[in-house]
Every structure is written in C-alpha cells, then in structure tokens.
Design a protein around this ligand. Sequence first.
Ligand SMILES: Nc1ncnc2c1ncn2[C@@H]1O[C@H](COP(=O)(O)OP(=O)(O)OP(=O)(O)O)[C@@H](O)[C@H]1O
Ligand SMILES: [Mg+2]
Length: 415
Amino acid sequence: MSQKITAQIERTGGKTEIQVLLDAFHHFEANARRLEDAYNKMQADFSRVNIELDRKNKLLSHILHSLTDAVVAVNTSGEITSFNRGAEILTGFKSEDVLGKNYSEILGKEIPGDQTLLHTLETGQHLPPSEKSIIHKEGHPVPVAYSTSLLEDNDGKALGALEVLSDLSEVKQMQEEIQRNKTLAAMGEMSAHVAHEIRNPLGAIAGFTAMLEHDLEKDPPKLDLVKKIINSISRLNKIVSNLLIYTRPLSLQSCEVDICTQINQVLDFISIGMVNAEKIVFSRAFPPHPVVLRIDPEKIEQVLINLVQNAAQAIPDQGAITVTVTAKQSEGREKLYLNGIRTDRIVVVEIADTGLGIKKEHIEKLFFPFFTTKATEGTGLGLSIVKKIMELHNGEIKVLSTEGQGSIFSLHFPG
Ligand SMILES: Nc1ncnc2c1ncn2[C@@H]1O[C@H](COP(=O)(O)OP(=O)(O)OP(=O)(O)O)[C@@H](O)[C@H]1O
Ligand SMILES: [Mg+2]
C-alpha cells in the first residue's frame, strides 16, 4: 500500500472511501424518508385543518344568513364586506349589489353621522343599542333598533366594524294601535258618561209626556204634537242605549247553544213586531242536526236582530230574507283559519236579503260608528255593535252586496 492510501484509510477510521460514501448515503436516505413522512403527515394535517376550517366557515356563514336580524360588516375603508339575508330583507338590497360599495351609499342616507357604522370605524367607539330610521331601497323609511362594534384582530388592530339592526315596523305599528285604542277607550268613556247623563232626564221627559198624552186624549191637534215628542224621545232613547252598548266594555257569558234553535227564536220574535213583515218571505236553510257553538246567547241574539232588521229595512216593498247555517270541519291535514287563529271547524251564518243592496262607496264605511243612510230611524251603531260582539267571539263578519239586487251578511264563528 502506498503511503497516500494508508493515510486516507486512517482518516476514515479504517473504512474504505466507498464504505464511507455508502454509510453517508444510507444516512441521507433514512433522513430523507423521515422528512418525507413528516411532510406527508403535515400535508394530511393541513388538509384536515382546511376541511375543518371550511366546515366552520360554512357553519358561521349559515348562522349569519339564518339570523333574522340584519348584520352588516365593513372593512377599514368603510366598504361593505358582509351583508346577510336579514340585511337584504330589511333594506331591499341584494348582497351581490352592495358588497364592495361604501356603507354611506347604502345605509348612511339621511342619517346623522354619529348614528352610523362609520362613526365606530372613525372613533373606535361602540354604539350601544338605540333606535333610528334607515331608508329602504324603495325610498320609504324603516324604523330600526341598532348597535355597532369594532372588529379587531388578536393584537387589537382594527379590521373593520359590524352593525346589527332589527326591524321595529311591527312594534311601532302595535304601539300606534295601542295609542289609538287608548284614545278610543277615553272617547268611549266620555260618550258613555254623556249618554248616561242624558238618559236620566230623558226618562223624566218620557214620563211627563205620557201623562200629557193621557190628558190630551180629547184634543187631537195637541195630541198629534205630543205624539211627535214621544217619537223623538224614543229615537233619542235608542241612540243613547246603542251608544251605551257600543262604548261599554263587553264581557261574554258564554255557554253551549244550538245556533239553529236560536235563529228560529229570533226570526219568530222579530217577524211579529216588524211593520213590513207580511211582505217578506222568511226562509231558513239549516243542517239536519244541531250546530252547537260556545257563544253568549244574549249578545248573538242582538247580532241576529240587528242584521235581520237591517235586511228588512233594505226591502222597500216585497222581498225575501234567507238565513243559512253551514259548518265546515277541517279534514285530514287541511287547516282552517279564522282571524289568523287555527280552528277545527268554522260555522257560517248567512243573512241574505233581496233588498236595495249597498253602494260600492258605502261598503267600507258600513262598520264605522254613526254611519247610516237612514233619514230618521237609524243611529248608525247597529253594525258597529255587531262587529264588536263578533270580535269578542273571535269571529268575523263579512259582507257581499250588489246594488239593486240585495246583500249577504255572513257571520263566521270558530269551533
Ligand atoms: N242589509 C242591508 N242592505 C242594505 N244596506 C244595509 C244593510 N245593512 C246595513 N246597511 C247599510 O249600512 C248602514 C249602517 O247600518 P247600521 O245597522 O250600522 O246602522 P242603521 O241601520 O243605519 O242604524 P241602526 O242600526 O242604529 O238602526 C245602514 O244605514 C245601511 O245604509
Ligand atoms: Mg241597523
């Protein structure tokens, strides 16, 4: 062995150069395999994290879209980056039309700057829950409750801002309705008071006039005048009594009643006292079995009398009044609704007449208190009282009429 080769073998610990290279290669190969395994594992972890992230993102965006509240987010430049379904419904804008647009163009119109999301973006201050009006895409104002907050990353760096808004239209409507009802109740209380005050002296006047009528029996010209006073007193008395019925808070004394029997009683009783009864043909069309309803019989009697009287008064000469009772039962999966409330059965009582009918322009005024077309004998409170009683029974009253042919008033009872 030459001196040079001997020195090399010594440097490699007694191994030949090839053996050293082979060892290094094996070492490298093992490390490369380990690295490859680690890389594969890292890739598997990475795709698992990606799937998880994707799933979480989808869940979050699903939650955001399912929220009934409107949620709007902007970036640091004030451009809209998120606009959920609630925001679309509230504003009328589609998310694809507003994403990337400036907040002030969409939700900032006609709103003081310190009530907008941009205020939070500029000052970093959250706006606590409060109320304002935004402008809908179609130009009308929408009252909303809103609050804002700043979006920050873990280091407190601003990423944008977020606003949550909810529609107050229905709440405002309800508040107005309550206010209207309060005013009506106050007016009702006042009219009831006035009516009550009138009734007492009216009783006294009626009493004295009756005595006068008796004294003047043998003096026909004066008796005629007294009869006129008596007629006026009875008209005043009717107005006062109806006013008291209309304005007084009513409560129901309900029990189970066969509505067909009750209609028969009312028709028998009413046709006796009616002036033109002999010129009217009364017919009834009832189911063969009793139709039992839970109602206040006295109040429903009042409803039937008012409607039959109106029908008779609408018949100038000869005609017919037909009262029909039908019951509709929900079948299988069919749902019946009355006044938005689900019910298993609806009973309909129709009072149809062949009278003068109702002018189109009068139809919507029929149930207004004091609306009457009758020159002398009407107070215009009959149908208002009917409506009030039907509402207390959770029922409805509907009207169909053709001028010159007649009218059909139908009472709809639940259950
Ligand atoms: N069946 C009907 N046919 C035609 N018009 C009707 C009929 N029922 C009601 N009306 C119209 O509706 C108006 C209001 O009726 P409502 O019963 O409230 O008052 P009224 O009959 O005028 O007075 P009151 O009932 O106090 O005697 C009537 O004046 C009449 O013009
Ligand atoms: Mg009437």
